[in-house]
Design a protein around this ligand. Sequence first.
Ligand code: PLP
Length: 386
Amino acid sequence: MSTSDGNIRAIRELVGARGFSAYVDAAVERQIQRDLPKKAADRFQLMVSGWAAGAVGRLDEERAGVGVTPLRAFPLPSGWGVRLWFKDESVQPAGGLKHRLARALFATAISDGRIVEGTPVVEAAGGAMAVTQAYFARLLGLPYTAVMPKGANGEGVERLGGTCRYVHPPLAIYEEAAGLAERVGGCYLDQYGAAPGVDWRGGSLAEELFGQVDRCPAWVVVGAATGATSAAVGRHLREHRLPGKLAVVDPENSAYFPGWAAGADDYGTGMPSRIEGIGRPRMEPGFAASLVDLVVPVPDAASVAAARRVRQVTGLAVGAATGTNLWGALELAVRMRDRDEPGDLVTVIGDVGERHLRTCHDDAWARGKGLDWRPHAARLADLLDA
Ligand SMILES: Cc1ncc(COP(=O)(O)O)c(C=O)c1O
């Protein structure tokens, strides 16, 4: 008896035991006949080659090699009674916070048997996520294709041995990536769809952060793209019954602030965020609104001003999303100061890169986007330099 015969019998028994055997029609059976041999073969390969175990081991080793990313103090005026820390994700090998989710997406897909040795991996992503995934694909010896909007820059992916496919209109990237994966027998990583069920294997920002603070922060402040990072923080706070709260900072045009405020899980703005790495045109399934204590809307020009402030203080060419984090964290710090509630806030340096010198740190870029950051910079100076 072949493996698939045995499995078909087991499925029949299971279905029968639930009283549905009469409804298992020929179409379902054909589907089982078609799909099962491939799945069984994949599992067999997984067991025989041990590739999956080796690959997950390599991902764990890679994480151990990076170690715990540092907490850096951001100076606030003495007398506030509030300390602000940045968890510095710029030290990640591919340059930012997306490293954690990319690693977890690969580990989850391997554990689920969706990636086996040699599986072509496909994702709908441009920018840092595509580059980071290309890094992990190379580490695991897997072919990688990023489907990105026409006009996006795929150089970083290609430098790491990946391939880029450009499509138009931008929203077509998801369908194209799913279709391409299907056609080549590959795995569509699907960061937005997979985020709610991702297995961090201990590598989430939350697990690391709460192990390195000397007291629970009053607030943890993060941005949201897939929502996975904020959900991990919110879940950790609740599961460990910690007294801290979770704030998500959200740029203009993003659906998270209005969707959270209105309690509407299907809220959509249809508009892309101008702040690289965070904000989405619709509420994504990985965003766990019920775990979020507060969403702070941050004007884009304020994010730019605050990113410049972070660079001034740390010397790091951070992206605008790190500015969004600082702006939101300062709003909460002022609230704590005014209410005489001493404590700590932790937020994140999301990423650092030369390319940001040509965007949020560049006057001509800001002017071109209509982002007048100067009044916000003046507010920061009033607040912090007084
Ligand atoms: C700066 C910054 N903040 C927050 C996030 C959170 O992303 P996600 O919601 O996908 O976990 C990201 C993602 O890369 C980011 O770059």
